[in-house]
Design a protein around this ligand. Structure first.
Ligand SMILES: *[C@@H]1O[C@H](CO)[C@@H](O)[C@H](O)[C@H]1NC(C)=O
Ligand SMILES: *[C@@H]1O[C@H](CO)[C@@H](O)[C@H](O)[C@H]1NC(C)=O
Length: 474
């Protein structure tokens, strides 16, 4: 039913329904979509403090041990936290028993200090997880990235306190000494920092950072030591402004401080423990594992019904089930539905007289400042959406067409609902046509940059000619 005269990257869930039947659109949380990977070169020196990673030749890190992704600090972006507070992980097989022991101590420490709010468990089949591996030094990305994400515990990094620090990054926390208000609490001796390392002391702006209304914490496990990245190790790079604070407490790597624990509890909303019980699924069955955060639900419709929406949901740390409750729609009442999760595209076909094809895609698109970060139906890194990249090699005027299977309806008009994401400076337009075989009739059109979010299109009363029993949508 749709044909995209499109040279852009939108469209996802397509839904065609009979006259008069409205459905509440499934929704994702209105998270901001983050910008993409930026890497910054980092000079090479002798290691002195494991997270300085000064011997690291092959990785480029931002604040010493942070692989820069997304925005900085205690992440503003809820999408990159671990929504169920249960973090799956795998470990490289080359670690010895001492190293495995330190990893276990670090993880147990999180569970104990947060009263069981944050836990780590060996991955079973979760899509998003941490893979701990002995890379060149110690580093982690900040927050959940989607899929397997490397957390490097290389040589010299294998003490539990250093591992805790990296796990804090993986949970979504940046360094304490880069907070936007840090100049009230510390002074930086720039002259004692080697040139290439000065960016490690750059301050985050208040827009980039959510300090979660928690006081500056000299004792944070996320703070640098007084002489981190110092040229002269006897002299400070960081000096507390409060003269009663002993500089030697900066950079402790023994334990999560009390304020670190508070930070985790705020970011992960540890006081919220349950979701409301799942309401029943009409004309289908659901399996629900419970209603505490981390519980999951899966859905299946009865014969002669099809599922509109995601077939699974989780109780997340906002105290809500993820996504929207799906519906089972009668195959008789409704005309068609496709979420493009399966590779046959539910029978939709690519055009042959256009310039290019729509691609099935997951997660973030390849170009900065374009596209969605996650699909709309499943709201996670495994969900599929259809995508067109409108920048190079595509050129202005290129078209991509996608045609639905023929659909029948006993009604005179239908309602068409779909989700689209048109974000980027080279956005073209997306046009929807119906066709009765004699010609294409445009029924909806959207052009230009619509910003970084999924939007719903609801087109009511799409006429389908009454003298045809069978109509073809194109
Ligand atoms: C300075 O630090 C001491 C010891 O940690 C603390 O008791 C005091 O309140 C701090 N002073 C200011 C002005 O923050
Ligand atoms: C949900 O849908 C996905 C993708 O279509 C499929 O792989 C998975 O098995 C389904 N899960 C359930 C519980 O039906």
């Amino acid at each position: 039913m749709v044909s995209g005269y499109v040279w852009i990257l939108p469209v996802l869930t397509m839904l065609v329904m009979s006259d008069g039947y409205r459905i509440r659109p499934p929704y994702c949380y209105s998270w901001r979509y983050p910008s993409r990977f930026v890497i910054i070169p980092h000079n090479i020196h002798r290691p002195t403090f494991p997270e300085e990673n000064q011997c690291v030749a092959s990785v480029y890190l931002m604040e010493g041990d942070v692989q820069r992704l997304f925005t900085r600090n205690a992440v503003q972006n809820k999408k990159v936290t671990w929504l169920t507070r249960e973090i799956p992980y795998t470990v490289d097989s080359s670690y010895n028993s001492y190293q495995l022991g330190q990893i276990r101590i670090a993880m147990d420490h999180f569970r104990q200090r947060t009263n069981g709010c944050i836990t780590f468990h060996t991955r079973t089949n979760e899509r998003d997880y941490i893979h701990i591996t002995p890379g060149d030094g110690c580093y982690s990305r900040v927050g959940r990235q989607g899929g397997a994400q490397l957390l490097s515990i290389g040589s010299g990094c294998d003490r539990s306190g250093t591992i805790m620090h990296e796990l804090m990054h993986a949970l979504g926390f940046w360094h304490e000494h880069n907070r936007p208000d840090r100049n009230q609490y510390i002074s930086i001796t720039w002259d004692n920092i080697a040139n290439g390392h000065r960016p490690n002391f750059d301050m985050n702006t208040a827009q980039q950072v959510d300090t979660l209304d928690i006081d500056y914490d000299y004792e944070s496990i996320m703070h640098y030591a007084f002489n981190t990245f110092a040229i002269n190790r006897a002299q400070p790079t960081i000096t507390p402004r409060n003269t009663s604070v002993n500089p030697s407490i900066l950079g402790q790597r023994e334990r999560l401080s009390d304020l670190d624990v508070l930070k985790i509890r705020r970011l992960y909303k540890c006081d919220i423990e349950t979701c409301l019980p799942m309401t029943p699924l009409m004309n289908g069955q659901q399996r629900v594992s419970g209603n505490t955060v981390g519980s999951t639900a899966s859905f299946m419709c009865n014969r002669n019904y099809f599922l509109v929406g995601a077939n699974q949901s989780g109780c997340v740390d906002t105290g809500r089930w993820s996504g929207a409750k799906p519906m089972c729609m009668s195959k008789q009442g409704a005309v068609g539905y496709c979420s493009f999760e399966s590779s046959d595209l539910c029978g939709w076909v690519q055009g042959s007289k256009d310039n290019w094809d729509w691609r099935r895609s997951t997660r973030a698109t390849a170009t900065d400042n374009t596209g969605p970060t996650w699909d709309h139906t499943l709201c996670d890194s495994g969900g599929v959406f259809l995508y067109l990249e409108s920048s190079s090699p595509a050129r202005q005027g290129d078209k991509a067409r996608l045609t639905s299977p023929s659909m029948t309806s006993s009604h005179r008009s239908v309602c068409v609902i779909f989700y689209y994401h048109m974000y980027g400076s080279t956005m073209g337009s997306l046009t929807l046509y119906t066709s009765d075989g004699r010609g294409d009739i445009p029924i909806w059109r959207m052009s230009g940059n619509k910003g970084d979010n999924w939007r719903v299109a609801v087109i009511e009363n799409v006429a389908v000619q009454s003298n045809y029993k069978v109509r073809r949508f194109k």
